[in-house]
Design a protein around this ligand. Sequence first.
Ligand code: GLN
Length: 483
Amino acid sequence: MSILKTLRQKLDDKTMSAVELTTTYLKEIKHKNNLLNAFISVNETKALAHAKEMDDLITKGKATLLTGIPIAHKDNLCTDILTTTCGSKILSNYQSPFNATVVDKLKNQGMTLLGKTNMDEFGMGSTNEHSFFGVVKNPYDLHHVPGGSSGGSAAVVAAGLTPFATGSDTGGSVRQPASFCGITGIKPSYGTLSRYGLVAYGSSFDQVGILAHYAEDCAYLLQAMAGKDKKDGTSIPTDPDFFTKSLQQDLTNLTIGIDGQLLSKLSAEAQTLFQACIAVYQKQGAKIKDIQLPDLQAAVSSYYVLAPAEAATNLARFDGVRYGYRSQHANTLDELYIKSRTEGFGAEVKRRIVIGNYVLAASQYDAYYHKAQQVRAKLKQDLDMIYQNVDMILLPTAATTAPKLGAQKDPVTTYLSDMYTLIANLTGAPAISFPIGQIEHMPFGAQLMANNFQDHLLLQAVCAFQRQTAFHLPQQLLQGVNA
Ligand code: GLN
């Protein structure tokens, strides 16, 4: 039985109260977060009071599916309690006056906030080594990164410090850390979840996602957050069963596309795991078809022009005047802007701002920004052709398991490691990463991607896989390890 269902049952039959449940997780956080550095803030004071209120609702028979269930939010989702830092010095004391729409929706349905999770600054990074609040460690091996940018969220779900966490995915930041930490992570179709109150990185790419052990739980949490929001013009209306409608269906009507050439470039160990994964799908009646994916290197080039361009624009608002960090060393207004930003942003964010402004400069616009938009449009056309023959595409989430801390020194190598995830963001498509085994004791994930608004098919396919396999089940991690 999934974690959500198990917890719901315990709360409803009163084998456990919401206060006890929240206390258990807060204790785990207290004992283990110092090893992981995965929470930026913990909701020690208000979480128990909230859980108490939820117990009253449960007693009155007014519980919904999520009443009294704890969750952690990535620290780029605005919350009206705790700070919202985005992993940056520039927002290190920022207190949002409001909740993001998705945060409000989960709160209104009774979820208790445990804390806010560490992340690469403003979502820029793939290892969680670019946070003002320090590096996050992988609970499978503390010498390895958890992935990024939602590395804190992935680490705390994997290590059992929270049952679920939100993340955000601009170029793979939910799926890649999910793969590195042995859990399930989904980025839904662009538009299905409101971005209001998600601090913007690349607005045409950003989407909120969920990290959990079971795909089934991802489906119910996404459903609880989905829908049209008048505060986000890009959000769309979704049916009440948009994500959950086919979770229990078998796979006999589904065709999965596989790019054999692409898979053949993976390590022998990774190929073996993929073969086993494909065999599980075939056994369940899914049809497998050969496809040829478009050039994923072009996707990397396009993304690393467009995302910095959008980031440079979005991050212009952090000027030391309106909110956030303000330099104490400035004598003029110009100096205030320059010094606040120089002191407040980390190196990777500055790199992106420089790249973004360069590609948007009038003299460079045609060579970079315009070209990258053309590549983006072409990728969508190529995928649309592929989806005429298949329902979804199976590909790696990342080529490897989690690298060691400090191993990725050159930014371009890190950018290239996002090769398999960026295409979903460039095309607005839904994609999910799920564990398919381990390589040298570190988890390894596969990714399924479908055409826009076919999210339910992905959830159906991963649920079916998880009914037959055990890779997603919670593991006893960090036993007997000392800080
Ligand atoms: N690694 C990618 C980047 O640095 C994606 C990050 C994300 O999805 N937020 O831009």
